[in-house]
Design a binder for this molecule. Structure first.
Ligand code: LMG
Ligand code: NDP
Ligand code: PMR
Length: 388
């Protein structure tokens, strides 16, 4: 009798061995698979869920790492069958958009308990109810990624709950494209990079040991990246372009006082800060893989979900943009993924979130795959979050 095993983002790691840019077909995302699929192939680079047609990307094969996984705790069921315990996954920003869709999809498999890590407790509760997540399948825990205290408190509360941690999905983000002036986190870091990168960086580090301890067959840490941080794509070339420069602003603390609020030390630009933060997300996963994969068995990955042009992410954009962006993505770039579709597809076995094509790995831009920059970003970030 085959073991029914739930996988969260089975089969991807971001670690680069040689070149990236592999098409992934038939790769399980939040899929349910069985024991015959327990062998997972771990490949490199950022996973993209359909946005360009296949032929638009060069395809290079990478040497794939292969990891064979074994089932975790099994419990004797009454009829003698062994069943896998439920997996536990933390999803940040699960109160809307992709995070909520993912929470719903995983909960519906009956194989995951979702910890919805959200800054607005009531909104998260309402969101869970509105999409019909069963009460027993989720817990809302307060987490404000714009405050290190809150992050530490969250990690502490989670650890006290005695739940094993099998997967962490760093999904929350803010995007402030129209802001004229920077805003700041509780500790005084520019808000986009502070929340999207530094907040998740600290959270990931604090929870790394918990993931390491998990006996789940496939433990993973996933960050949601974005094509717009990849300057080797059309989308990544829409100004302002991501560029971390020599990290002088980051090293200076992004505080806008004695240092620039921007990573590269330049003038504040909200859209660029977001894209820079996504580059940091992608680099962090690569560096974490290099540092921790062997020791912990954790798979580190970043993914690009396609353009879900109607989520709350664009709430700060001008009304004209919000009006035109969805049809633009739908009919012109063909990169559009509806929220409903993202919800449905998050549960399916394949990565392809688009009717016409499978998922593929995106070639990361030079900057987003630069190991030296990845190391530096992590070293500086460690200092900023108080871990070094
Ligand atoms: C900047 O704004 C911000 O200033 C900056 O802070 C930051 O946020 C940055 O990267 C983010 O954006 C960019 C500004 C102009 O965008 C806006 O905010 C204005 C709204 C523009 C919306 C962009 C989508 C383009 C809409 C095209 C129309 C689609 C209609 C769909 C209908 C489908 C029918 C089948 O950003 C720009 O770069 C604007 C560029 C100017 C628009 C040029 C559009 C070229 C697209 C291709 C041609 C489309 C022609 C229409 C064809 C119709 C087919 C019949
Ligand atoms: P949404 O705005 O719908 O979701 C973002 C979530 O992050 C919200 O739940 C929001 O909480 C939460 N959040 C924001 N700030 C904080 C904070 N300080 N602490 C805790 N939670 C916070 O956007 P999407 O679903 O579109 O975005 C999800 C991810 O997908 C992001 O990482 C984004 O960069 C990425 N992405 C999205 C694309 C798209 O096309 N939509 C394309 C590429 C990447 P609240 O509900 O309280 O506001
Ligand atoms: Mg884009 C195939 C082309 C493509 C894709 C896949 C995206 C995705 N975009 C593409 C092209 C273009 N965009 C072109 C040609 C333009 C000029 C008209 C354009 C403009 C544009 C703007 C103004 N695009 C945007 C914006 C935003 O404000 C969004 C952004 O950059 O957020 C950081 C955005 C996006 N385009 C995308 C995707 C996925 C986004 C949202 C990115 C994200 O959430 O990370």
């Amino acid at each position: 009798m085959a073991l029914q095993t739930s996988f969260l983002l089975a089969s991807i790691s971001i670690y680069k061995e040689g070149k990236s840019n592999v098409f992934l077909t038939e790769t399980s995302f939040f899929g349910v698979t069985n024991s015959s699929h327990l062998k997972a192939e771990f490949k490199s680079s950022q996973i993209s869920i359909k946005n360009f047609r296949k032929r638009e990307l060069p395809i290079v094969t990478v040497k794939a790492q292969t990891a064979t996984t074994t089932p975790a705790i099994t419990q004797g069921a009454p009829d003698g069958k062994k069943t896998l315990r439920k997996g536990n996954v933390i999803i940040t920003g699960a109160s809307s958009g992709l995070g909520l869709a993912t929470a719903k999809a995983l909960a519906d498999t009956g194989k995951w308990h979702i910890v919805m890590a959200c800054r607005n407790f009531l909104k998260a509760e309402r969101a869970a109810k509105s999409v019909g997540i069963d009460r027993e399948n989720y817990t809302v825990m307060h987490l404000d990624l714009a405050s290190f205290d809150s992050i530490r408190q969250f990690a502490d509360t989670f650890q006290r709950s005695d739940r094993p941690l099998d997967a962490l999905v760093c999904n929350a983000a803010v995007y402030l494209p129209t802001a004229k002036d920077p805003s700041y986190t509780a500790e005084g870091f520019e808000l986009s990079v502070g929340t999207n990168h530094l907040g998740h960086f600290l959270l990931s580090r604090l929870l790394l040991d918990d993931l390491k301890k998990s006996d789940y067959p496939s433990k993973r840490l996933i960050i949601v990246g974005s094509i717009t941080g990849n300057t080797n794509t059309l989308a990544g070339n829409v100004p302002p372009k991501a560029n971390l420069g020599d990290l002088r602003g980051l090293a200076g603390g992004l505080n806008g006082l004695n240092s620039s609020p921007m990573i590269d030390g330049g003038e504040f630009d909200g859209a660029k800060a977001y894209k820079d933060s996504k580059v940091c997300n992608m680099l962090t996963m690569q560096e974490f893989h290099r540092r921790y994969h062997e020791e912990t068995g954790i798979t580190f990955a970043s993914l690009y979900p396609g353009c879900i042009a109607t989520t709350g992410l664009f709430r700060e954009h001008i009304p004209l943009f919000r009006l035109l962006f969805p049809p633009f993505q739908k009919y012109i770039t063909k990169g559009y993924v509806s929220e409903e579709e993202s919800r449905k597809k998050a549960r399916t076995v394949y990565w392809s979130w688009n009717k016409n094509s499978s998922s593929f790995e995106n070639q990361l831009s030079k900057e987003a795959s630069d190991p030296e920059k990845a190391r530096k970003v992590c070293e500086v970030s460690e200092k900023l979050v108080g871990l070094a």
